[in-house]
Design a protein around this ligand. Structure first.
Ligand code: KIV
Length: 293
């Protein structure tokens, strides 16, 4: 659980962390993961559309809907006391029209998120970001490997490797900063490019697969804890193998059930007196009265 005595992190507070303190961000998708991430002291908790892969079992994030995201955002919000909660706008929720994008962004705020994240920095996207900001909704940008563009990018690949591509990403970062975003995720770009962008813009950069020079870092909850092994990108550092521990606990439980070791007497309830048991079974049957709790 978070610390009720500590101040809630806000979007302007995150912006002010640039140059003052490194930002620690993690994803969460439900009440218990949010409570754990918040209690550990995360600055930002992202309800990422990565939930499509790590929670819902899709091969990518494209099938995730606004309704899916709102459902999970509400659960996360209930588990957070201190961190800034950012809702990740899923594919097609900000691609059709500016008006629809603002309405969808507003749904995240009404679900309790304090900001939204949007992928991409091309001119049409900047206009959408500006309209959402105009509706008083803080926006976190996201460029580099933007998973919702997996089909146009041709796969989950490093971005900004050549000079032209790197220049385009620098321009997008500047446009996102000038539009008024409070922070920017840089995903899967070379360290040198992430450093340059971090030095060039006044809002904090938050890296994932973008090297050490960003203003903060983000990892997916399930990757960090070893709960998802379908694919582990090179940039993930595993801090635990919780998935293996969970499996072993369930195996032990199943063997206890099958061998009659679970539940034991202390895990069971008993009738009040031996007389009650006798009345239930009849005097003819000798029922051993188990030890009382
Ligand atoms: O969906 C997500 O989890 C993300 C982070 C990896 C930045 O977008």
């Amino acid at each position: 659980m978070g610390n009720p005595a500590k101040k809630r992190v806000t979007a302007p507070a995150v912006r002010a962390m640039k140059g003052a303190q490194r930002i620690g961000m993690i994803t969460a998708y439900d009440f218990p993961s949010a409570k754990i991430a918040d209690g550990a002291g995360s600055d930002i908790i992202l309800v990422g559309d990565s939930l499509g892969m790590v929670v819902l079992g899709y091969p990518d994030t494209l099938s995730v809907t606004v309704d899916d995201m709102i459902h999970h955002t509400r659960a996360v919000v209930r588990g957070v006391t201190n961190a800034l909660v950012v809702g990740d706008m899923p594919y097609l929720s900000y691609h059709v029209s500016v008006e629809e994008s603002v309405r969808n962004a507003g749904r995240f705020i009404q679900a309790g998120a304090q900001a939204v994240k949007i992928e991409g920095g091309k001119p049409t996207r900047i206009r959408t970001i500006e309209a959402i900001l105009d509706a008083e909704i803080p926006v976190m940008g996201h460029i580099g490997l933007t998973p919702q563009s997996v089909n146009t990018l041709g796969g989950f690949k490093l971005q900004g490797k050549n000079v032209d591509d790197a220049r385009r990403l620098i321009d997008e970062a500047i446009a996102i900063e000038q539009a008024g975003c409070f922070s920017l995720v840089l995903e899967c770009v070379p360290t040198e490019l992430a450093q340059l962008i971090t030095e060039k813009i006044s809002i904090p950069t938050i890296g994932i697969g973008a090297g050490l020079h960003c203003d903060g870092q983000v990892l997916v909850f399930h990757d960090l804890l070893g709960l998802y092994d379908a694919h582990t990108p090179k940039f993930v550092r595993r801090y635990a193998t919780i998935g293996a521990e969970m499996k072993s606990a369930i195996e032990t439980y199943l063997s206890d059930v099958r061998e009659g070791r679970f539940p034991n007497d202390a895990e069971s309830f008993h009738m009040g007196t031996t007389e009650d048991v006798k009345r239930l079974y009849g005097d003819a049957v000798v029922v051993p009265m188990p030890r009382a709790n």
